[in-house]
Design a protein around this ligand. Structure first.
Ligand SMILES: [Zn+2]
Length: 530
């Protein structure tokens, strides 16, 4: 019934007003108010216009604060990060002695129980070589010890851990995956050999595991992440996330990529994408090579600081082609880890056989750290999407050039050149390799400097992104790289009201002050979660 002549205002849940709201829509609109209803953005505009049109149940005065769409990490390891919260933190250890000290400080382990640490990096030690396990064997004869390098591609295992796996099995791995000295394993394992021993570590179950995932989520929400892409999960882990989301235990949006194992291929890929409001399963993760820090990234020519190696290919071209076929036939995206220029070239070529030309399948190359300048154009020709990690440039800048030499630096961490290929790019952290903090991703992407402001002019500063592009790479383009741009990544009518309140304006604050930015509030579907 129409009620006489009075104009009936429409109901809405929440008005956010009196601030600067960066909508990140295609025109770059900045609004001063936003209306929310049923977890969606209803409208953006001026507060007075929205007040005229709607009756609000609730209002939120920003008091001059700054609203941005929730950040989306386009490539990280959410589940792995949750597990790592229980490991001994070895990040920043300045020597192997300090690693051992931290293990001892962690207290006496129960007899036979695993000791797991994560985050050592020989590149920041005085002697920049891989350690061996001799002292671990002496200190922990009864406990299997596994120490995961910062990049996750290399581990140091003591003898008890190697025995738990069965030492003889290691003869089946590629040379380079098991580092030997005088005919004996040193305990340094990389890639597939490292994965094999990591699989031996008992994983917490039930409530304990759920608690770790909740802690990981809480850390992400506090840091301003409302969405994460988990770069490689098995079936059970995806289903656990789905279960916890459906029970309301987890609220963060998860784009779960599948490890290409038979169970995943049968239960997910063969049936097409699996999509819920909080979960997207439509991508397969492949590793083409290893990492630069460990000299397992595959280069076209040998390493400049070790001519005996060019790195390794960890998934054969034949296997990659089979997975591409499966993905292509079942509507799945392929996201392949490529660090070295040879791995990048190999995957560009293999993708091109399916993609044939311009397309909207959004097959991705993760990291694309070292690219042969002659290969950049292939990203554009086949609409292959580069996925970068802003902080990798500033974490690796002290030693990357030693690995590849000055000539190859021309195509290294070349984010602006990569962006130019398709006009958009995805950005993330690869946490727990890097810290989860998206503000630091933004800072490193635009400044190409570390937290202390070094180097003064930035590391190859011409390859940094503008603030507008950096913001897009962490919001709308990160969403697009996971096919969720219709509901996530910007604050536009009809999209999910996932947003942040910041204490300063990322787009205007001085570069030096970007890292000081604090997340004052995080909202998912219009509900405050921090
Ligand atoms: Zn990764």
């Amino acid at each position: 019934m129409i009620s006489g002549c009075t104009i009936q205002n429409k109901d809405a849940d929440l008005l956010v007003y009196n601030g600067r709201i960066y909508t990140v829509d295609s025109s770059g609109q900045v609004a001063d108010a936003m209306a929310v209803k049923n977890g969606k953005v209803l409208a953006t505009g001026t507060a007075s216009a929205l007040f005229r049109e709607y009756d609000f149940k609730d209002t939120l005065d920003l008091k001059g604060g700054f609203v941005f769409p929730g950040f989306i990490d386009a490539h990280c390891h959410f589940f792995g990060y949750a597990l790592s919260l229980q490991y001994i933190d070895l990040k920043g250890s300045s020597s192997f002695d300090e690693v051992l000290l931290r293990l001892e400080q962690a207290g006496n382990p129960k007899p036979g129980s695993w000791i797991v640490g994560r985050g050592w990096d020989q590149n920041i030690w005085p002697v920049k070589v891989f350690p061996d396990n001799q002292r671990l064997n002496q200190l922990f004869p009864e406990n299997p010890v596994l120490l995961i390098r910062i990049d996750g591609h290399v581990v140091l295992a003591n003898e008890a851990a190697l025995k738990a796996e069965g030492m003889e099995r290691f003869s089946t791995f590629q040379p380079g995956e098991v580092l030997m000295k005088n005919g004996k394993p040193t305990g340094i394992l990389s890639e597939n050999a490292a994965d094999r021993i990591r699989d031996m570590v008992p994983v917490p179950r039930g409530d304990q595991l759920a608690a770790l995932l909740r802690q990981a989520e809480s850390n992400c929400l506090n840091a301003g992440l409302t969405g994460v892409s988990d770069a490689g999960l098995d079936y059970d882990r995806v289903m656990l996330i789905d279960y916890l989301q459906k029970k309301g235990v987890l609220k963060i949006f998860v784009n779960a990529w599948l490890t290409p194992n038979p169970v995943n291929l049968e239960k997910f890929v063969a049936k097409g994408p699996y999509l819920t409001e909080c979960l997207s399963v439509r991508s397969i993760k492949i590793y083409a090579d290893g990492s630069l820090g460990s000299r397992t990234a595959r280069l076209k020519r040998p390493y400049s600081d070790d001519p005996s190696t060019s790195g390794v290919i960890v998934t054969s071209p034949d296997s990659v082609l089979k997975l591409c076929r499966l993905a292509y036939d079942h509507g799945y995206q392929i996201n392949t880890h490529c660090i070295g220029d040879s791995a990048v070239a190999m995957i560009l070529d293999l993708y091109s056989r399916f993609l044939k030309g311009r397309n909207d399948l959004r097959w991705r190359i993760e990291h694309a750290q070292i690219v042969d300048p002659r290969d950049f154009h292939l990203f554009e020709e086949y609409s292959i999407i580069p996925s970068i990690q802003g902080t990798h440039a500033t974490s690796d800048m002290k030693w990357a050039e030693r690995r590849v030499g000055s000539l190859r630096m021309e195509g290294a961490y070349a984010y602006r050149t990569l962006l130019a290929q398709n006009g958009w790019i995805a950005n993330g952290t690869d946490f727990p390799i890097e810290h989860i903090d998206p503000v630091m991703t933004f800072y490193a992407t635009v400044s190409r400097k570390d937290r202390e402001g070094n180097p003064e002019k930035g590391f190859y500063p011409e390859e940094g992104l503008s603030r507008t592009d950096a913001l897009r790479s962490m919001t709308i383009w990160a969403a697009k790289a996971g096919f969720s741009e219709k509901v996530k990544g910007s604050l536009e009518t009809g999209k999910d009201a996932d947003f942040l309140i910041l204490d300063r304006d990322l787009m205007e604050v001085s570069e030096r002050d970007i890292p000081e930015t604090r997340i004052v509030g995080t909202f998912i579907h219009g509900q405050r979660v921090k």
